[in-house]
Design a protein around this ligand. Structure first.
Ligand SMILES: C[S@@+](CC[C@H](N)C(=O)[O-])C[C@H]1O[C@@H](n2cnc3c(N)ncnc32)[C@H](O)[C@@H]1O
Length: 201
């Protein structure tokens, strides 16, 4: 399981705790599904990958439909959570919906759909990547993402540092339990990824 864009760097699935049989896990913004498929294949969890883009979900299903405990759903992360009938033990996002969907909307929806003590983990582009300065406000910044056809799409992204994430998490009823600055050894020394864990109170 990869939490950064650099395979082999940073922690793995241990961040999500022991793979107890029957735990319900969802990835918000699963893309082609490699990480959620890894979890479903190596731990006996009930796993769901959600992605806004139907093409990603079709790719994920075509790769991983043989894994029995794994399902994929196309849709907005927020709408998926709002429609979920049972709470999750673990909700996570890897460069996915967390940081792209307004935190004041997504974080409370995550809290509402975690069991008490349940875990949220998310990796976002580090706010100080490439020498940037972390923002000092609660609004979004402009960023861009590379689309599969190699064009760039301008997006809004919430680029908080760990202490600002902690405030937003606390406001939503979550307690931050860890914040890791991950960097790539062969790069300029700037961190590339911020990995945060939190629990529902
Ligand atoms: C950079 S990809 C990461 C995919 C995957 N997490 C991984 O690490 O390979 C980000 C994904 O998040 C999805 N995404 C962005 N906003 C979303 C939202 N609001 N709801 C669901 N998925 C979303 C995008 O469609 C995209 O597939």
């Amino acid at each position: 399981m990869e939490w950064t864009a650099h395979p082999g760097h940073g922690p793995g699935s241990e961040i999500l705790g022991p793979g107890n049989s029957g735990r319900r896990v969802v990835e918000l913004g699963c893309g082609p599904g490699h990480n959620i498929a890894h979890l479903a294949a190596h731990q006996r969890v009930h796993a769901t990958g959600v992605d806004l883009v139907g093409l990603q979900v079709r790719r994920a299903r075509s790769h991983y439909s043989h894994i029995g405990s794994l399902t994929f759903a196309a849709g907005h992360a927020l709408h998926y959570l709002q429609a979920a009938e049972r709470p999750f033990d673990v909700i996570y996002s890897i460069f996915g919906a967390v940081g792209i969907v307004p935190p004041r909307l997504l974080l409370p929806a995550i809290t509402d759909h975690l069991v008490p003590g349940g875990l949220l983990a998310f990796a976002v582009p580090h706010p100080r990547r490439n020498g940037r300065r972390a923002v000092t406000h609660d609004g979004p910044s402009r960023d861009s993402v590379l689309l599969p056809n190699q064009t760039r799409l301008s997006i809004a992204r919430w680029e908080f540092d760990a202490s600002r994430w902690a405030q937003h998490l606390r406001h939503a009823g979550l307690t931050m339990t860890g914040a890791l600055d991950l960097s790539h050894p062969a790069q300029d020394g700037n961190p590339t990824t911020l990995l945060i864990t939190a629990r529902r109170l």
